[in-house]
Design a protein around this ligand. Sequence first.
Ligand code: C2E
Ligand code: MG
Ligand code: MG
Ligand code: MG
Length: 279
Amino acid sequence: QAKQSGRAGYRFYNPDLDRRADEAYTIEARLKHVLKHGRLALHYQPVVDIGSGQLIGAEALVRIADNGGAPPGPATFIPIAEAAGLIGEIGDWVLREACRQHDAWLAEGLCVAIAINVSPLQFRQHDFAEKLGSILTDSGVDPTGLQLEITESTVMESIDEAIAILGRIKALGIKVALDDFGTGYSSLSRLSSLPLDKLKVDQSFVRNIESDQASRAVTEAIIALGRSLKLDVIGEGIESKDTLQYLQEHGCTQAQGYLFSQPLPASQFVQWHRQQHMH
Ligand code: C2E
Ligand code: MG
Ligand code: MG
Ligand code: MG
C-alpha cells in the first residue's frame, strides 16, 4: 500500500480527513454565530413509565435553530463545540433554558422532570457543580425537577474524579443517569461505587433486540445489573411495540423512543402530553 502511493508524504494525504476538517470549521463558525444570536433551542422527548404508560419526564436535546440550511445534530456539533472551546457556553445555556422551561411548565400546571445531557468536558470543568448550584439558585428550580445524563465513557475516563464530582452534584439534590450504557467498557466492580440513580441501555442494543441474539443477551445483562444495583433502567431508542414488550418482560421500567414520540419543541411537547391524557 505504502509503496504504491509513491513519495513518502503522499501516504499521509487523506482527502476524507481534509473534507471533515473543512466541515468542522464551517460548523464551528455556524455555532459561534448561533451563540451570538441566541439561536439554540431545546427539544423534549417524553420518558414514560412502562408499567402505567404515564409520562415521567422529558429529555432535553439541543438543536441549532438558525435559518441556514439543514442543521447538523448534536452528535455532530457537540464534539466540534468541545474542540473549539464552545461547550461551556452551550452547556450553560442548556442548563438555564431547561430550568426556565421547567418553571414555565409548572406555571401551566405541568410538572415535568427534565433530563439534561452533560458533555465530558463540561462535567470535568473544575467549577461544574458550583455553577450548577448557582444556576439552580438563580432559577429557583426544585432540584428534583432536573436530572443529569452523563455517558458511561465520561465517567470511566477517570473514575475517582467522577465519583467526587458526582458526589457534589448529588449533594445538590439532582439525580444522575448513566447514558449510553454498555458501550463504554465499564469496570463493573467500580460501577457499584458510583452514586447513580438510573442506567440507560444504549440504543445500539435496543435497536437490534428483534433481530440479534447478542443484543438481546447484552440488554438482559444490563437490565439485570441495573436492577441489582437498585437503579431505574431506561430503554431508549424504542421504535416498536415488540421491543417495548421485550424490555418490559425483562424488567426495564422506563422507556423512551420514536414509538412514543420524537423529541419535540416545547409547545408540541405540551400538545403531545394533552393528547395522551385524552386517550
Ligand atoms: P443521547 O443523550 O443518547 O440522546 C438520544 C438520541 O437518540 C437523541 O438524538 C434522540 O433524538 C435519539 N432518539 C430518541 N429516540 C429514538 C428512536 O426511537 N430511534 C432513533 N433512531 N433515535 C432516537 P439527538 O437529539 O440527535 O442527540 C444525540 C446525542 O447528542 C445525545 O445522545 C447526546 O449525547 C448529545 N446531546 C444532545 N443534546 C445535548 C446537550 O444539550 N448537551 C450535550 N452535551 N450533549 C447533547
Ligand atoms: Mg441522553
Ligand atoms: Mg443515550
Ligand atoms: Mg448517545
